[in-house]
Design a protein around this ligand. Structure first.
Ligand code: FES
Length: 109
């Protein structure tokens, strides 16, 4: 896949959709959170035991961290690295908004 490529998230209307919202980027399920006027994207399932971040994801640390409410693992939303999750990490997606449309691209590790 072309990492660094932006994908249109046609299924999402930034005005109408309820966040967190699920989307798909190049076959990968992701979750998007809205934080004020900004957006954060990550892989949809927690790498621990597949907790669904759409329902179980809690943004904390002024939008810098994502916590899975199933067992409390926390991930850094900039790097994807686990804070208290041992070597486990998550894929991070950059999100940008144009009008009411969102675009996403996978962040390179
Ligand atoms: S499934 Fe997310 S912390 Fe266990």
């Amino acid at each position: 896949m072309g990492e660094g490529e932006w994908y249109d998230l046609r299924e999402i209307d930034a005005e109408e959709s309820e966040f967190p919202v699920a989307a798909t980027v190049d076959g990968e399920d992701i979750v998007i959170f809205q934080i004020g006027d900004d957006y954060r994207g990550a892989q949809r399932l927690c790498p621990h035991k597949d907790g669904d971040f759409v329902r179980r994801g809690v943004i904390m640390g002024n939008g810098k961290m994502l916590r899975c409410s199933l067992h409390g693992f926390i991930f850094n939303l900039a790097s994807g690295k686990g804070v208290n999750a041992g070597p486990q990490c998550i894929d991070i997606f950059e999100i940008k908004r144009e009008g009411s449309r969102l675009q996403a691209r996978k962040k390179q590790k």
